[in-house]
Write a protein that binds this ligand. Structure first.
Ligand SMILES: [Zn+2]
Length: 109
């Protein structure tokens, strides 16, 4: 009479199995998302080429080695705007433009 598990027991194990499966799926999805994110690290969001970190007047920017797109890290733009009392904004952008121009001159001849 007690050989067969009760309905409650069956339900309990079925629920436990479903929870385990759900936890495994969630973990796999999380790992996949992390791996996907890592493939974008230091890649240009526009063209997918490598980004190179360059320093202009103490401010580090990531510049694309292909399309010359320039990317700022969090807080860097604020730093730039706050520092603009001393004309930092034009100094940094001037240096970036100069860097791109000299790169293009090197490339073309
Ligand atoms: Zn690019």
């Amino acid at each position: 009479m007690t050989d067969k598990p009760s309905r409650n027991e069956e339900e309990y194990f079925a629920r436990q199995e479903a929870e385990l499966l759900q936890a495994r799926r969630a973990k796999a999805a999380k790992e996949e998302a992390t791996a996907e994110r890592h493939t974008h690290y230091m890649r240009c969001p526009k063209c997918g080429h490598d980004l190179a970190t360059e320093e202009y007047h103490g401010l580090e920017v990531d510049r694309c080695t292909q399309c010359d797109g320039v990317w700022f890290d969090a807080g860097e733009v604020e730093q730039l705007i706050e520092g603009d009392r001393e004309g930092m904004l034009s100094s940094v952008f001037g240096a970036i433009v100069q860097g791109v121009r000299s790169k293009k001159t090197r490339n073309t001849g």
